[in-house]
Design a protein around this ligand. Structure first.
Ligand code: SF4
Ligand code: SF4
Length: 310
């Protein structure tokens, strides 16, 4: 974890370094083949999101976020990090999306308000219009986070905007661009940056259900260090107890992600290590139903499952 002071220092450093292609940094051996010439341009746009995924991306460890942004990904625009703002930022985005600025990948964080385009604008134009235009010029798009992949919290039951995922947006438009889904609320920085490195160095990574297989092939439950407790029926009865968290509504059995082996915050911890159930932040169920809160009892989870099976 970085504290606020370190975050501001990093953000200032990132802002200052935008536009400089040869930012010096520690070169990870695995990244030596990447040169300024073959790094893809990346335009990072945000729709209906809380910016949590962007904050998570700044927690990258190896390589660190500054190296990723300035050296390996050629992030040409990000609303929170770019020095460019106002008309200058709009011009930059337009240049890429019109195809005049060369090849690029799009990264999209957040959902898209299908029924209320004016709910999310960049400048005075709906976010949705940028996405429609980008489909004609981009090499592909990476949907960053559960909001972009499944709709997430903006698409929760009762929302007025009919928030949809990037995939659903393009499906409704009848467009079929190359998409890579990286769910998570927030995303793990490795999942995004390493996918982008793969795109730069070797091309499209192997996908499973539209997600990079490397990170989303197996369920949290399958890799969980408490799986043995599950088999032995040693269950936690309340938050903070040791034992399998299944009876506290753990969604590890329904969630594909490699958190148990990757860990979070630079390898310091992860949800179940902190005695908290997996709340399925990378699953399509996340935040979708009013009567299915993040933390729930075993009984609530069973009622929900029986309702779904009707
Ligand atoms: S804690 Fe959750 S993920 Fe781990 S074994 Fe129990 S149910 Fe599965
Ligand atoms: S363990 Fe579950 S809730 Fe925690 S980060 Fe991984 S997928 Fe999300």
């Amino acid at each position: 974890m970085i504290d606020r002071r370190e975050f501001l220092k990093m953000a200032a450093c990132l802002s200052a370094s935008f536009g400089i292609s040869n930012f010096p940094g520690i070169v990870n051996a695995a990244l030596k083949k990447i040169t300024p010439e073959n790094t893809p341009q990346l335009i990072y746009l945000q729709g209906q999101s809380c910016t949590g995924c962007s904050i998570s991306l700044l927690q990258a460890e190896s390589p660190d976020a500054v190296s990723m942004v300035t050296q390996y990904s050629k992030l040409s625009f990000h609303a929170d990090l770019s020095a460019a703002s106002g008309k200058q930022a709009l011009k930059l985005i337009e240049e890429y999306i019109s195809g005049d600025a060369g090849e690029y990948f799009l990264a999209v964080e957040g959902a898209i308000p299908w029924a209320m385009p004016e709910a999310c604008v960049i400048g005075d134009k709906p976010f949705a219009d940028y996405l429609t235009a980008a489909a004609k010029t981009m090499n592909g798009a990476v949907a960053v986070g559960t909001c972009a992949v499944h709709g997430g919290i903006p698409a929760a039951e009762g929302n007025l905007t009919d928030a949809v995922s990037l995939k659903e947006f393009y499906k409704r438009k009848g467009i079929n661009p190359l998409l890579i889904d990286i769910p998570g609320c927030p995303v793990h920085p490795d999942w995004v940056w390493k996918t982008i490195i793969h795109l730069a160095q070797v091309g499209l990574p192997e996908l499973i259900n539209g997600r990079p297989k490397l990170f989303f092939q197996r369920k949290v439950h399958e890799l969980c260090p408490r799986y043995h407790d599950f088999q032995q029926e040693i269950f936690a009865e309340k938050l903070g107890d040791k034992g399998c968290l299944f009876k506290l509504g753990c969604l590890g059995p329904d969630t594909y992600a490699d958190c148990p082996t990757r860990w979070w915050n630079g390898g310091q911890t992860w949800c179940i290590d902190a005695n908290a159930p997996c709340i399925g932040c990378a699953s399509s169920q996340f935040a979708s139903k009013k009567n299915f809160p993040f933390y729930r009892s075993f009984e609530q989870a069973m009622i929900k499952n029986s309702e779904d099976n009707k």
